[in-house]
Design a binder for this molecule. Structure first.
Ligand code: GLN
Length: 207
C-alpha cells in the first residue's frame, strides 16, 4: 500500500508551489495538475489560493472543468484555500457573471468579503479537528461563507473586526462537507502544515 497518497495541486494559477511543499511535508506525494490525463493519477486534489476568476477561465481553456467536476461527484477528496474555496462553492456572490464553479461544497461564499480596510489580516484561529492549539490564519482578499447547506460542517469562524458595525456577526472561514475541505485563509504560507496533515488523513481514511 502506498502510505503517501498522491495528491494533485491544480497548477493553472496561484500559490501552487506553497501547496506542493506543504503537502510534501504533511506526508503526501504531490504532483501538479494541468491536464486531464494527470488528474487520473491522483487520489485527491488541492485548489490553491490565487484569483478565482482567472482559474475559472483557465479551467475551461485547459478542459479541466468537467473532468474535475466528475471526480468530485465520485467522491474525490479535495481541499481549497481562498480562491480554491470560491471554486469549490456551489454559489458565489460578488464574482464575474461568467465565472464557473467546480462545486463539491453546498455553500454560498462572498468574494473579497472582509472589506477594504482589512483586505489582508492574520489571526490565531481554533479550527475543529486540528489539535495542539490555534492555527495562524492568513487572510488575503479572502472570501467568507454566508450560507452552509445540510451536510456542511463549520470548522472555524472569525469574530467581527473592531471597526465593524455593531450588528456584525462571526464569519465562517473553514468548512467540510464529506471529503471536501475549504478554508478562506492560507495555511500553505505559514510553515504550519497541520491543515494539510488533516487533509492527508482524510484521504488516507477514505482509501
Ligand atoms: N480574492 C481572490 C479571488 O476572488 C482570492 C484571494 C486569494 O486566493 N488569496 O479569487
Amino acid at each position: 500500500m502506498n502510505v503517501r497518497p498522491s495528491v494533485g495541486v491544480l497548477a493553472l494559477q496561484g500559490d501552487v508551489r506553497e501547496h506542493l511543499a506543504a503537502l510534501e511535508s504533511a506526508g503526501a506525494d504531490p504532483v501538479t495538475i494541468r491536464r486531464e490525463s494527470e488528474l487520473a493519477g491522483v487520489q485527491a486534489l488541492v485548489i490553491p489560493g490565487g484569483e478565482s476568476t482567472t482559474m475559472s477561465r483557465l479551467l475551461q481553456v485547459f478542459d479541466l472543468l468537467e473532468p474535475i467536476r466528475e471526480r468530485l461527484a465520485q467522491g474525490m477528496p479535495a481541499y481549497g484555500s481562498c480562491a480554491g474555496m470560491i471554486l469549490l462553492a456551489s454559489e458565489v456572490l460578488d464574482t464575474r457573471a461568467d465565472a464557473v464553479q467546480l462545486g463539491g461544497l453546498d455553500i454560498t461564499v462572498r468574494r473579497n468579503a472582509f472589506g477594504r480596510q482589512v483586505h489582508s489580516f492574520e489571526t490565531d484561529l481554533t479550527v475543529d479537528g486540528i489539535d495542539d492549539g490555534p492555527v495562524r490564519a492568513v487572510f488575503i482578499r479572502a472570501p467568507w461563507v454566508e450560507r452552509t447547506g445540510d451536510g456542511v460542517t463549520v470548522l472555524a469562524s472569525v469574530p467581527p473586526s473592531p471597526e465593524a458595525e455593531p450588528e456584525a456577526v462571526d464569519r465562517v472561514v473553514a468548512v467540510r462537507q464529506g471529503n471536501v475541505l475549504a478554508t478562506s485563509f492560507h495555511p500553505e504560507v505559514t510553515g504550519d502544515h497541520r491543515v494539510h496533515q488533516h487533509f492527508v488523513q482524510m484521504i488516507v481514511a477514505r482509501a
